[in-house]
Write a protein of this length. Sequence first.
Length: 399
Amino acid sequence: MPSQSIPTVIASSLNMGCHMNSPQSLDASKLTYAYTTTPQPVPDAETLAKNHKTLCTDHMIVASWDVETGWSAPQLKPYGPLSLLPSASCLHYAYECFEGLKAYRGDDGKLRMFRADQNVRRLQMSAERISLPEFDADELEKLIYELLAVDGAKWLPKSRAGDFLYVRPTMIGTDPQLGVTRPTEALLYIIVGYTPRVDTPLGGKRLLTSPDDMVRSWVGGFGYAKVGANYGPSVKVSQEASRLGYHQVLWLYGPNGDCTEAGGSNFFVIWKRKDGKKELITAPLDDQLILNGVTRRSCLELVKDRLGDEFEVTERKFTIDEIQEAAAEGRLLESFAAGTAWFITPISLIHHRGSDINIPTGPDGTPAEITGRIKGWLGDMMYGRVAHKWARVVSEKEF
C-alpha cells in the first residue's frame, strides 16, 4: 500500500467509528410489532360510565433512550405495566412531560387527528424545559398514527361516529439515580384510551376564582410546559371548588387578579369594550404563565380569519375586576374554556370573593352565538363534515 494513502485510510476508519458511536435518533421506520395474544373487549357506554379508571386499547408504543446510545428502535407491544426501579428519577424529581390529543371517528366513518403536528412540537418544548432528551417531532407523529392505525378500527368502530379516543404520548426519566441532575435514561411511550365527554355541562360551566394564597403557575416557572408538576398541586383547590358546586377554578395571578386559565383549559372572554368595539380576549403567552393550547391557537386563528371585521382579537393581561365591570355595565357577552378535554365549553358563572358574575349563554347553558360558531367550526373539521388542512385522516389497518 503506498504510504501516501495511509492517512486517508486512518481518517476513514475514524469517521466510521464516530458514526457507529453517535447516538441514534428516534426513527419511526424502525418500529417493530408484537401484537397482543389476549385482546380485550371494547367497553360499551355503560361500562365506561361506571369505570373510574382509564380503559386503554390493546397496544402501546415504547422507545427507550440512553445518553450514550440515543433512541432504541420503537416497539408496538401489548398495553401493560412499565418496569421501573424505585430510584427512577421520574419518581423523585418530576422528570415527566406529556401531551393530550384526540382521534375522532368522523360522520363519514374515517378516523382523524386534529393538528397533531402542533402537539408533538409542544411535547418537544416540554421535554426541553424538564431536561429530558430531544427527539424528532415528525417521527413521534408517525408513531402516533401507526398506533391508531392498529387499534383505531376495533376500539372506535365506524358505528360510533361522533366519538373519540384520547391519545397520551408521555416521556419520563428512568435512570436509577438519586440526585438532582439531568436524566441519562428515559422512556417515551404512547397510549390510547377513553375519556368522558365533558363539554356540555347542564347550565354551563361554573368557575370559582382561586384563593389569594395559591397560584397554578408563576412568572419564571413552567406553566407554559405540559409537565405533571403543573397539575397535581392544583387538585386541592379544584376539589374544594367541586365540593362547593363549581366545575373548575379560574386561576388568578398577581396583585391585580390577572385571569390566566380555567382549570387546565385556556380561558376566553367576549365583551364590548368601552369604545363599543366587540373583542375576543385571552391571556398572553409572553410571560409563560399559561399553556399554548392547540385549541386556543385554533380559536384565535379562526376568529381572526372569519370574524375579523366584527371582532378585535386580543392577547393581553386582563383582570377579574375588568370582567366584573363589564358585567355590571352590560358589556359582558360570552365566555368559554378551550382545551382538549373540555373542548369548547361555555362558561355561565364566575364566583369571586362572595359575588357571582353571571355570563350569557344559550338555553340551559348551551353555547351562545360566537362560542357556538367556534365550536361548530372546529367540530366540523374534527369529524369530517368539512375538509380542512388541520384534520388528517388515519390510514387504518384491517385485521
